[in-house]
Design a protein. Structure first.
Length: 262
């Protein structure tokens, strides 16, 4: 049990339902994250909200060793189809999964929010790859302090040492120690969401793409390229990293106003 209605499962994928009525919006989290990460993004969204936990995360089943963004797209598809979701929000890894899904099924959703997309049609840049390698190496060495120091790089400097930062680092290191995460960390940097950005040209759903400057794991250039590839996209780029730390209220407003538009 978690806060909200009991977690359900479709296939090997857990989900949590909150709210009621139409429209139905599905939320997909980032790598090493979970339902608790995406719930704040839906706080102002009308209707029913469905939060999924990708395989390899939370209580969901394991990721297959040869997983790709197609695997993640299947997770979203199963949950969205089960609940009749017509709208979707993806953060980081979840944005990549949604990008893969709508490239295959451009008419699947009526509205989309793609927050902090990390990859499109090219592998992640060297700095991001290095971060994943450092995490995997720390797991290989079973070095808790080393793992925590790499995770702490995700916290904006102004929050470093705060109680919130300590909680974040502790929860994230626990999540990264889950079975299969080490292997996934080594596999992830080489994967792309789509083979070509042209695969998104048929997508007509209004799409909000939200990125930020200065985050090596989520380059602004990826958000810009994604927004350029989607015909009916709007782009917002925050001028600094750490959006969930220093712009959470504005982000929630942006997401709810976009999705609640008729």
């Amino acid at each position: 049990m978690v806060e909200g209605r009991p977690v359900g499962r479709v296939g090997d994928v857990d989900w949590l339902l909150t709210g009621s009525g139409d429209p139905v919006t599905v939320f997909a989290h980032g790598f090493g994250g979970g339902i608790s990460d995406t719930r704040p993004l839906g706080s102002g969204v009308d209707g029913t909200r469905v939060f999924l936990s990708f395989r390899g995360h939370g209580g969901s089943g394991p990721l297959p060793p040869d997983w790709t963004y197609d695997t993640l797209a299947d997770d979203v598809r199963q949950v969205a189809d089960l609940h009749g979701a017509t709208r979707a929000v993806g953060a980081s890894l979840g944005a990549g999964a949604l990008t893969r899904l709508v490239a295959d099924e451009p008419e699947r959703f009526e509205r989309l929010v793609l927050f902090l997309p990390a990859v499109l049609d090219e592998p992640r840049p060297a700095e991001a790859r290095g971060r994943f390698v450092a995490l995997a190496d720390a797991l290989d060495a079973d070095d808790e302090d080393r793992l925590a120091s790499v995770v702490a790089l995700e916290v904006p400097a102004e929050f470093s040492g705060s109680a919130a930062a300590r909680t974040y680092v502790r929860q994230r290191t626990v999540a990264l120690r889950a079975p299969g995460m080490r292997e996934a960390l080594r596999r992830l940097p080489a994967l792309t969401a789509v083979p070509s950005a042209d695969a998104l040209r048929a997508l007509r759903a209004p799409t909000s793409v939200i990125g930020c400057v200065g985050d090596p794991l989520h380059p602004a250039s990826v958000a810009e390229a994604l927004a350029d590839a989607v015909p009916n996209a709007i782009l917002h780029v925050y001028p600094q990293p750490g959006v969930l730390w220093n712009q959470r209220g504005d982000l929630r407003r942006r997401i709810s106003e976009f999705l609640n538009s008729r």
